[in-house]
Design a protein around this ligand. Structure first.
Ligand SMILES: [Zn+2]
Length: 140
């Protein structure tokens, strides 16, 4: 099945992620791009959307260091003594997407800067016998 035959659903988006592809959708009418997937263009109300692969490159728009994590991050060993960093990234293609920031010193947030160039990385976690893949970012 080719990429563009896949349904424009979050399930397909997550399946692409498991295959280490960051896919968004592009409006064929006005060119707006969305990550994750959207079926409806919020700029021009078109439903004429197609999948498009993102470069994964972008820059940090915002970030926060988290010491009280969600159950998923607690299970991964993060917490008060091992904070993790969550970021919002502006992709080169324009869409903004969030994900864990890795490859940084979470204990020294002043070494992390808005505007820092990053690239996508695919974070694998073994959870209850299954491999979960989450979108993350790391400095280039
Ligand atoms: Zn549009």
């Amino acid at each position: 099945m080719s990429e563009n035959e896949k349904d424009l659903t979050i399930e397909s988006y997550l399946e692409f992620l498991r295959n280490k592809k960051l896919m968004g959708t592009k409006c064929k009418d006005c060119g707006a791009m969305y990550v994750p997937v959207r079926k409806l263009c919020i700029k021009c109300n078109s439903t004429n959307m197609e999948w498009i692969e993102m470069s994964g490159k972008g820059e940090i728009a915002a970030f926060t260091t988290i010491t009280v994590g969600t159950p998923f991050f607690v299970e991964k060993g993060y917490g008060r003594n091992k904070p993790y960093c969550f970021s919002v990234i502006t992709l080169q293609e324009g869409p903004m997407v969030s994900g864990q920031l890795v490859g940084v010193d979470e204990s020294k947030p002043d070494t992390i800067n808005v505007g820092m160039p990053v690239k996508a990385t695919f974070l694998e976690t073994e959870l209850k016998g299954e491999t979960r893949v989450d979108l993350g970012f790391e400095p280039i």
